[in-house]
Design a protein around this ligand. Structure first.
Ligand code: FAD
Length: 456
């Protein structure tokens, strides 16, 4: 039988994985279940359909997304050059005519001599058969993975390592916190100083609660959680949106999510009226999430209201809170740095389902999974992206074992490693990160193209 790589899901990760593998000389079969089965959010039968906005983020090469896109282009992306060809005016962002773009990607994939597109729902039986035969499989079925395949993945990863919903709190860039207000302390000084605390006085707390209760909520669109689904999520994830808790009474947060017990504000020497805690999101502590602040507010409202919290007045948000349907695996527990399941050789996972978020990031993971799958089938060593590169920064999010609510994340400055010696100026620090990323990526790219070492 002729060797073949199987890619499942013709979204952003899937088309990139298929393209990357085929352009490196491997035969690929790409399964896409639309239009035979629907996801509830996609509207067409095109591959690489944009389900919501038509933006591929900033065109600025000096932004985190700009660096990631430069790396993707160097590795041979299909999505980005096609987006350029079908771009429409979008200011600083690379925006596209969605139908022209998706139709052009579909054409290119259909016309590739080494890719066969199969319009069929890929089932657990098919996956087991292929894996049993020692074939290489890349699962890229995205946030709306079909139920049977999702259940199958849950079985492989151990049920507690697969999530069907996002219920995440906002995350902020650590360098934008006001450290003269925010203080590090665990309750009763037990457990080190990993947690940071934003101390409220009574007035600031009541003002915050008032705005929270009256904030504009995001309208359930596509697969955002409606009230019935939310009930199931609450049961599933044990979480209630913070605005719903606040509606329960003026002091409900002060007695619950923001209870100040065991904390002493070093500025006043006494217990604050209430405290919002921040928990590190990564090993390097460049990102912090707002503990127990999952919510369904509009993003602009989240920014406005959480900036009322003492110490967060100038906070930059790298991720906003959401509660919606989203299938993803607990990558730090189950994936290798080259996107292969630790316990299932030959089974690669890519796209949003790995715990990255967004069209660009998902496509980026697709390219890397395609490259890694080719190396696997040829039995050559994997070469992991270097930590300072944009790829390395995303992979570091997927590998970071820090205890946290693991959830999909966009590329952002906080994921790039900080310099060892502190640089206070934000712009100089970002320029430094960018230069490190560029240099590290160039070296990695060179290694990837060198004749690989055969695994013994
Ligand atoms: C409602 C909604 C709105 C979003 N809005 C945005 C946004 O504005 N901007 C942004 O950057 N990101 C947005 N996202 C996230 C976006 O969907 C992802 O970033 C991106 O599409 C993920 O790429 P992917 O390849 O991982 O998954 P997808 O692009 O979703 O591709 C997965 C593909 O797998 C197919 N599939 C699923 N199960 C099977 C199966 N068993 N067999 C065969 N095929 C299967 C699906 O039909 C789909 O085509 C949104 C997501 C949702 C759900």
């Amino acid at each position: 039988m002729m060797r073949m790589i199987t890619v499942v899901g013709g979204g952003f990760a899937g088309v990139e994985a298929a393209w990357a593998a085929a352009n490196r000389g491997e035969r690929v079969q790409l399964f896409e279940m639309r239009p035979i089965c629907e996801t509830g959010a996609h509207k067409t039968d095109f591959l690489a359909e944009l389900v919501c906005s038509n933006s591929f983020k900033s065109k600025l090469l000096t932004s985190p997304a700009g660096q990631l896109k430069a790396e993707m282009l160097a590795l041979g992306s299909i999505v980005l050059p096609t987006a350029e060809t079908h771009s429409v005016p979008g200011g600083e962002a690379l925006c596209v005519d969605r139908d022209e773009f998706a139709s052009a990607v579909t054409e290119k994939i259909l016309n590739h001599p080494l890719i066969e597109v199969i319009r069929q729902e890929f089932t657990p039986d098919m996956a087991n058969t292929l894996l049993g035969q020692g074939e290489t499989l890349i699962i890229c079925t995205g946030p709306l993975t079909s139920r049977p395949l999702g259940e199958w993945l849950a079985g492989l990863t151990g049920k507690k390592h697969l999530y069907f919903y996002d219920a995440v709190s906002p995350t902020v860039d650590a360098s934008t916190l006001d450290r003269s207000i925010v203080f590090a302390q665990s309750r009763y000084d037990k457990g080190g100083d990993d947690y940071l605390n934003c101390p409220f006085e009574k007035d600031s707390y009541l003002a915050f609660v008032h705005e929270l209760v009256h904030a504009e909520r995001a309208l359930p669109h596509g697969v955002a959680a409606d009230d019935e689904t939310l009930e199931k999520i609450k049961y599933f994830a044990g979480c209630t949106p913070i605005e719903a808790i606040a509606e329960g009474g003026e002091r409900s947060l002060a007695f619950g999510n923001f209870k100040p017990v065991g904390l002493t504000d070093p500025r006043t020497g006494r217990r604050p009226y209430a405290a919002l805690q921040l928990r590190p999101e990564n090993r390097e502590k460049t990102l912090y999430s707002l503990v127990a602040c999952q919510n369904r507010l509009k993003w602009g409202e989240q920014k406005r209201i959480f900036r009322m919290v003492p110490g967060l007045e100038n906070a930059e948000f790298v991720r906003f809170g959401v509660i919606h349907r989203n299938t993803f695996i607990d990558s730090p527990k189950v994936l290798t740095p080259w996107l292969e399941m630790q316990d299932y050789p030959g089974l690669f996972i890519a796209g949003q389902i790995t715990g990255v978020e967004g069209y660009v990031e998902s496509a980026a993971m697709g390219i890397y999974a395609g490259i890694a799958a080719v190396r696997h089938t040829r039995k050559v060593d994997q070469i992991v992206p270097p930590r300072p590169s944009a790829y390395g920064s995303l992979i570091s999010h997927l590998q970071d074992p820090t205890p946290r609510e693991f959830a999909p994340m966009n590329i952002n400055w906080g994921l790039f490693p900080d310099p060892e010696t502190e640089i206070r100026d934000k712009q100089i620090k970002r320029n430094w990160k960018l230069k490190q990323a560029q240099d590290a990526f160039a070296q990695w790219e060179e290694k990837l193209t060198e004749t690989p070492n055969q695994i013994q």
